[in-house]
Design a binder for this molecule. Structure first.
Ligand code: NBG
Length: 812
C-alpha cells in the first residue's frame, strides 16, 4: 500500500535531483524563505524537514499496519529519554545520507556543518535515560508496536562547564530555536488534576469523586523513532504542561498586576520546566511528584483513548496493553489506572485490580536504598488525595494476603507494607510497583539476583515467578555505525555484509580474523585515527577513559588515587620506561551532590599539577571533558583503549557504557559488578582485567567492620597518595575527599586500592605487547554481540510483554 499515492501525493525524492527539489520546496513553503536569504538555521531546518518527511511517510504506513492488526501494544513510561542527536541518525535510518550529502553540496554546504546545528534533546540524566532511548530504537527495529511516553522538559540536563576547576551548571535550553523533529498534537491534549478533596459516592464503598483543586493541561508532541533496516517508525510522545485558558487573569492584567495575572499559568508550566538533574538519589520535592503524576495521568488517558479506537471490553485491556514502568518514577500509574477504572469507568474494585495488575510491568534500575523512591504521606495526601486512599486500600488487601501466607510474621508485614512508618510515614514506591505489576525485572544477572536476595527478597518469597532478569543492551546503530564509521566499515568488510547491524551476534565471526596480521594492523590504525579525531592527548598513548555520572559508588576517586600513584612513581624514577597514558574523565555530578563535585575539583587540580610538571607530563595527562552527553560519548567511545568500570561490586545495577566501550574494542578494567560480569563471561577472562572485592566479600567486609585506616597504614603508595593531597600538592584541593576516604569510605575505595593498582600494572604489561592488545581488542568486539538492545527487547517481548512483531508493508 502506498499511502502517498493513495492520498495523491507524489513520491519523495530518491535521487539527488529529486532530493534537491524537495529541499527547495521545503525551504520555500515550510521555512518561508529563499535560497538567497536562507541562513544556516534555515538550511538545518530545511534539511531536517526533508529527511523527516521520509520517516513520516513510513510512520503513516506503520500506523496503518498497527491499526489493522490491533496488536498488544507496549507502552514504555519513562521520566527520561536521552535520545541523542537526531539529524545524523535519521539520515542513516531513512537511507538518505548519500543523496542528502550531494544535494546540500550543490548549495555550497556540507552535512557536517549543518549537523553542528543539531542540538541533542538531553531529556535524561544518565544510563536510565539512555537505556530508554536504546530500547525504543530496538523496539522499532524489531517491529514491535510501541509508544514511549515522557515529559517534554523545556530545560534538559544542565550544561556542565568547569569554573575554577569545579563543576558549574548552566541551563540547557535545548529547544530554544525550535525542534524540527517534533510534531505537536494539541488536539490530543489532556486535563490533569492536582490537590483538592474526595467525596463519597452514595451506595458505593470503593468509588469516590475526586474534586481537584488545580487543573493543568498536558499538551503532547511526538518525535519519530525509526527502526533500522525495517519500515517501522514508532513514536515517543512527550507531554508539556500548560495553564488552561482560565489561568490567564485578564482583569488583573488590565489592572496592571502583570505578574499576578499570569501566575497560575506559570505555576502550571513549571511542571514540565526542568528535568531534575538528580541521579539515583531520592529528592523529596513536591514538584517532582507533580511531574510524575502529570506524565502518568496524560499517558494513561492517551493509552485508553488509543485502546478504545479498536476495542470495547475492559477485559481486553491487558490483552492489548502492557505498560512498562521504567524505574519507580511512573509508579503512580498503578493507583491512577485503578482510579480511572473504579471512579470514572465504574468497574468494581476486584475486576479493576485484576486488569491493572495484568497490565503493568516494572523495571528496577538500582540497588542503592537511597534511590528507591519514597514520598511523605502528607505530601501525597495534599497533592493526590484520592490516590492515597486507593494506595491504602491496595495495601490493606495486599497485607491481608501476606498475613495469610506468612502467619505470625509481623516484621515481614511491616517490611512489605507500601506505607513505611519510620521515621515518618512514607509511601514506598518500589513496594507499590512490585505489588501492582505482573513482572519485575532487574537489568543484569547480578542485579536481578541481588534484588531477589536482598532489596526485594520478601516479595520474591511471596511471588518467586514474578522476578526476572533482562540484561540491558545498547543500539549498535548509534554506538558503532554512527559513532565509529571506520570500525563499522572494517567489520562490514570482514563479515562480507552489514547484516550485523541488526544481528549483532554475527560479530562472533570476527574471532577468526583475530589471527590475521593485516586485519589487526587495520584495527589498530582505526583506533589511532579515532584518537586523532578526539584530540584529547597523544594518540599513541594508552587512552584510559572513565565516562559516566559522578557518584561515589562508581569510584572516580579510585581512578584518581591510581593517577596520583603513577605521578609519584614517575617522579621517583624519571628515567623509567613508563607507558604513556591519557586519562579522560567525563560526567556530570548532581548539583547538590557535594562529595561528587569535590572529586571533580580534585581531578582537575591533579590534572593541572601534572600538566605543569615537566618530569611527569610526557607520560601522563589527565583530561576532563566538559558536558558529557550522548554526542560526546559518541566521540570518546571509539577512541578508548581502556574502559574503567570500577564501581564497588554490588552497587552498579548494570552499566551500559561498559557495553558501548567493549563493543568498540576497549578492554575493560573492572570489578565483578553489574553487567561487567556478563561482559567478562563473554569476552573471556583472558581479555578482561578483573580486580577487587566481589559483592559478597564487600558485604561481609561491611558487616565485619571496615577500617579504611588500616589500608592507609599498611600501604605506602596509598599513604603517599593521600598524604600528597593533604599536604596541598594539588593546589590545596581535596581535603574533603581524603576525609571521606579515611572516615567512612562507604564504597570501600581503600580496600580495593592495592588490587586496582596492581591490576593496572598488568594492563600496562599487556599494552606493551601491541599485537596481543589488539587481539584482545578484537575479541572484545567479536564477543559483545549479546549486548545489543535488539536482544534486550527480544527478551522483554518474549518473557515479559508477550508481544509479537507487526511488520509494516514496504513502500512500492
Ligand atoms: C541506572 C543504573 C545503571 C544502569 C541504568 C540503566 C538509575 C536509577 N539507574 O547501572 O545505575 O545501567 O540505570 O538500567 O539511573
Amino acid at each position: 500500500m502506498d499511502l502517498r499515492q493513495g492520498i495523491g501525493l507524489r513520491k519523495l525524492g530518491r535521487t539527488v535531483d529529486e532530493f534537491q527539489q524537495d529541499l527547495l520546496s521545503n525551504l520555500y513553503f515550510r521555512r518561508g524563505t529563499t535560497v538567497e536569504s536562507a541562513s544556516m538555521r534555515d538550511a538545518y531546518e530545511t534539511l531536517s524537514l526533508t529527511v523527516r518527511d521520509h520517516l513520516a511517510e513510513r510512520r503513516a504506513r506503520t500506523a496503518a499496519a498497527h491499526y489493522a492488526s490491533n496488536p498488544r501494544w507496549v507502552y514504555y513510561l519513562s521520566a527520561e529519554y536521552l535520545l541523542g542527536a537526531q539529524l545524523e541518525q535519521n539520515l542513516l535510518y531513512s537511507g538518505t545520507g548519500e543523496i542528502a550529502a550531494q544535494a546540500v553540496k550543490s548549495f555550497g554546504l556540507t552535512l557536517e556543518e549543518i549537523e553542528e546545528l543539531d542540538v541533542e534533546p538531553g531529556l535524561g540524566n544518565g544510563g536510565l535515560g539512555r537505556l530508554a532511548a536504546c530500547l525504543v530504537d530496538a523496539m522499532a527495529t524489531r517491529d514491535i508496536p510501541a509508544v514511549g511516553y515522557g515529559i517534554r522538559y523545556d530545560f534538559g540536563i544542565f550544561k556542565q562547564s568547569l569554573a575554577a576547576g569545579g563543576q558549574a551548571e548552566g541551563p540547557d535550553d535545548w529547544a530554544f530555536q525550535g525542534n524540527p523533529w517534533e510534531f505537536p498534537a494539541p488536539d490530543d491534549r489532556q486535563t490533569v488534576g492536582f490537590y483538592g478533596h474526595t467525596e463519597p459516592v452514595p451506595g458505593s464503598s470503593t468509588r469516590k469523586v475526586w474534586v481537584p483543586g488545580e487543573i493543568v493541561l498536558g499538551e503532547p508532541s511526538h518525535m519519530l523513532v525509526p527502526g533500522y533496516g525495517t519500515d517501522t517508525v514508532n513514536i515517543v510522545r512527550l507531554w508539556r504542561a500548560r495553564g488552561s485558558e482560565a489561568s490567564f487573569d485578564l482583569s488583573r492584567f488590565s489592572a496592571g498586576q502583570y505578574a499576578e495575572a499570569v501566575q497560575e499559568a506559570v505555576r502550571a508550566e513549571n511542571i514540565s520546566k526542568v528535568l531534575y538533574p538528580d541521579d539515583s538519589t531520592e529528592l523529596g520535592r513536591e514538584l517532582r511528584l507533580k511531574q510524575q503524576y502529570f506524565l502518568v495521568s496524560c499517558s494513561l488517558r492517551d493509552i485508553i483513548r488509543r485502546f478504545r479506537l479498536r476495542n470495547e471490553s475492559w477485559d481486553d485491556f491487558p490483552e492489548k496493553t502492557v505498560i512498562q514502568l521504567n524505574d519507580t518514577h511512573p509508579t503512580i500509574a498503578i493507583p491512577e489506572l485503578m482510579r480511572l477504572l473504579v471512579d470514572e469507568y465504574e468497574l468494581d474494585w476486584d475486576r479493576a485490580w485484576s486488569i491493572t495488575r495484568r497490565t503493568f510491568a516494572y523495571t528496577c534500575h538500582t540497588l542503592l536504598p537511597e534511590a528507591l523512591e519514597t514520598w511523605p504521606v502528607h505530601v501525597f495526601e495534599r497533592l493526590l488525595p484520592r490516590h492515597l486512599e486507593i494506595i491504602y486500600l491496595i495495601n490493606m488487601l495486599f497485607l491481608r494476603e501476606v498475613e495469610e501466607r506468612f502467619p505470625g510474621d509481623p516484621g515481614r508485614v511491616s517490611r512489605m507494607s507500601i506505607i513505611g512508618e519510620h521515621p515518618e510515614r512514607r509511601v514506598r514506591m518500589a513496594n507499590l510497583a512490585v505489588v501492582g505489576t505482573e513482572a519485575v525485572n532487574g537489568v543484569a544477572e547480578l542485579h536481578s539476583k541481588l534484588l531477589r536476595e536482598t532489596v526485594l527478597n520478601d516479595f520474591a518469597d511471596l511471588w518467586p515467578a514474578k522476578f526476572q532478569n533482562v540484561t540491558n543492551g545498547i543500539s549498535p546503530r548509534r554506538f558503532v555505525k554512527l559513532a565509529n564509521p571506520r570500525l563499522s566499515d572494517l567489520i562490514t568488510e570482514g563479515l562480507g555484509d552489514d547484516g550485523w547491524l541488526m544481528d549483532l551476534e554475527r560479530l562472533a565471526e570476527l574471532g577468526s580474523l583475530a589471527g590475521d596480521a593485516s586485519f589487526l594492523e587495520r584495527w589498530r590504525a582505526i583506533k589511532r585515527a579515532n584518537k586523532v579525531d578526539l584530540a584529547a592527548g597523544d594518540p599513541d598513548s594508552l587512552t584510559d577513559v572513565m565516562i559516566k555520572r559522578f557518584h561515589e559508588y562508581k569510584r572516580q576517586q579510585l581512578k584518581l588515587l591510581h593517577i596520583i600513584t603513577l605521578y609519584h612513581r614517575i617522579r621517583a624514577n624519571p628515567a623509567g620506561d613508563w607507558v604513556p597514558r591519557t586519562v579522560l574523565f567525563a560526567g556530570k555530578a548532581a548539583p547538590a551532590y557535594h562529595a561528587a563535585k569535590n572529586i571533580i575539583r580534585l581531578i582537575n587540580a591533579v590534572g593541572a599539577t601534572i600538566a605543569a610538571d615537566p618530569v611527569v607530563s610526557p607520560y601522563l595527562k589527565v583530561v576532563f571533558a566538559e558536558n558529557y552527553n550522548v554526542s560526546l560519548a559518541e566521540r570518546i567511545v571509539p577512541a578508548a583503549d581502556l574502559s574503567e568500570q570500577i564501581s564497588l561490586a554490588g552497587k552498579e545495577a548494570s552499566g551500559t557504557g561498559n557495553m558501548k566501550l567493549a563493543l568498540n574494542g576497549a578492554l575493560t578494567i573492572g570489578t565483578l559488578d553489574g553487567a561487567n560480569i556478563e561482559i567478562r563471561a563473554r569476552v573471556g577472562a583472558e581479555n578482561f582485567f578483573l580486580f577487587g572485592l566481589d559483592a559478597f566479600e564487600a558485604a561481609e567486609l561491611q558487616i565485619a567492620g571496615y577500617r579504611p585506616w588500616e589500608h592507609y597504614e599498611r600501604d605506602p603508595e596509598l599513604r603517599e597518595a593521600l598524604d600528597a593531597i593533604n599536604a596541598g600538592l594539588f593546589g590545596g584541593v581535596g581535603h574533603d575527599v581524603v576525609d571521606s576516604l579515611l572516615g567512612r569510605d562507604e564504597y570501600l575505595t581503600l580496600a580495593d586500592y592495592r588490587a586496582y593498582v596492581d591490576c593496572q600494572d598488568e594492563v600496562e604489561r599487556a599494552w606493551r605487547d601491541q599485537d596481543r592488545w589488539t587481539r584482545m581488542s578484537v575479541m572484545n568486539t567479536a564477543n559483545s554481540g549479546f549486548f545489543s538492545a535488539d536482544r534486550t527487547v527480544a527478551d522483554y517481548a518474549a518473557r515479559i510483554w508477550r508481544v509479537a512483531p507487526v511488520p509494516v508493508a514496504k513502500d512500492r
